[in-house]
Design a protein around this ligand. Structure first.
Ligand SMILES: Nc1ncnc2c1ncn2[C@@H]1O[C@H](COP(=O)(O)OP(=O)(O)OP(=O)(O)O)[C@@H](O)[C@H]1O
Length: 362
């Protein structure tokens, strides 16, 4: 890098890694940096604390972050904003207290609202295993990194995978036995039925109870103000989709597919279902587009080539982007740190998709 050119995002993050936090760790490893923008010699970013009190306590850290970035060659101006995730819950539940919630009740009739939530985005797929949960988690993290306040609901009630993907396992607190305080992971507020029940408890609920559980997850969680609430839907086109789209004001749905012809056939079924429910489909995402060999870096179209982009063109639905099949994606999903929270090339792809979607929804 010449002394006059602006530093890269990675160079800025490397400098911020040197800024220690009072509780231990640093700004980058604690995942507190959001919306980092390098615009010529101007650098802007947000430090996101969990509560207003914590934000105040981090003020010296903010000053230090500003100092280290300003000292990088090529930086003319630095602006660092401090945000708190939202108003702190009035009471804190005693550590380890499980919520006394009646998950599994029947849904209440009529439309439901999720207060403070600007947009509800459903992420669906025609069939299982195409990476819908992976995409939901990573998209949520990427949007949060770009500065939006984001929540994530794991509505895949029979096979909840968000606790593992987002790395949250503790039962959420419920100070009053009604409101659920969602854990925050990688800048995203997450709730999953998997956090509310013992892992090995088989869910044998039938339709109405399932819907009641989903409604509770949506409405009893203290989300605070959110720019977007992302719903990781179960695969296919069943009751959960219907409840969600009929009871809540869903801004739009995103359909994830692999490029294989059979997956696309199923994806078309999902598109038709959303159209019947009068929920606009706001984007298609192709997952597992190409396989990148971890040894030699060679890229191979093992499931076909560009099928989802062509489908998008045919249907007039925005194509949000494609994501490669990489071992890194699976390992990071299994390890509780979505790839979008890292600085890899795939994180960059998620960032582009998040930006496109945010611009479309702004
Ligand atoms: N791009 C990718 N590269 C590598 N592995 C991936 C990719 N996307 C998803 N996977 C892996 O594929 C598996 C299935 O993904 P995921 O659970 O996200 O799919 P899903 O569509 O939500 O499935 P289901 O609805 O059946 O739960 C997971 O092990 C995940 O880590």
């Amino acid at each position: 890098m010449s002394s006059s050119s602006a530093p890269t995002r990675e160079e800025i993050l490397a400098a911020l890694k040197g800024v220690a936090l009072p509780k231990g760790g640093d700004l980058v490893s604690a995942d507190l940096i959001r919306a980092l923008v390098v615009d010529g010699g101007a650098v802007r970013f947000v430090i996101e604390a969990e509560t207003a009190d914590e934000a105040r306590a981090l003020d010296p850290v903010r000053a230090e972050a500003e100092r280290v970035v300003a000292a990088l060659p090529g930086v003319a101006r630095v602006s660092v904003a401090m945000t708190a995730h939202g108003p702190a819950p009035k009471q804190q539940a005693p550590k380890g207290e499980a919520p006394s919630l009646s998950i599994g009740r029947h849904p209440t009739p009529g439309p439901s609202v999720v207060p403070g939530v600007k947009r509800i985005i459903a992420v669906g797929s025609g069939k299982g295993g195409v990476g819908k949960s992976t995409v939901s988690a990573n998209l949520a993290v990427a949007m949060a990194r770009e500065g939006w306040r984001v929540g994530l609901v794991d509505a895949d009630i029979y096979g909840p995978s968000q606790p593992r993907m987002m790395g949250v396992s503790k039962r959420p607190a419920s100070p009053d036995g009604k409101t659920i305080i969602p854990p925050v992971a990688h800048g995203v507020r997450v709730i999953s039925i998997g956090l509310m029940l013992p892992e090995d408890q088989a869910l044998i609920w039938r339709g109405p109870m399932l819907m009641g559980a989903l409604q509770q997850l949506m409405t009893q969680v203290a989300w605070g103000d959110l720019d977007a609430l992302i719903i990781d839907m179960p695969p296919g086109t069943g009751d959960v989709q219907m409840t969600l789209c009929q009871k809540f004001d869903v801004t739009g749905a995103i359909v994830v597919s692999t490029p294989q012809d059979v997956a696309l056939l199923d994806a078309r079924r999902a598109l038709n279902a959303f159209s019947t429910l009068k929920t606009p489909v706001i984007g298609l995402i192709e997952n597992m587009s190409t396989f990148i060999c971890p040894n030699c870096g060679h890229e191979e179209h093992i499931f076909g080539d560009g099928g989802v982009a062509r489908e998008a063109e045919k249907t007039g639905i925005p194509f949000l982007g494609s994501l490669p099949l990489t071992l890194e994606v699976r390992l990071s999903g299994d390890g509780g740190v979505p790839v979008a929270a890292t600085d890899s090339a795939v994180a960059e792809s998620y960032r582009r998709i998040a930006r496109g979607l945010m611009a479309q929804l702004a």
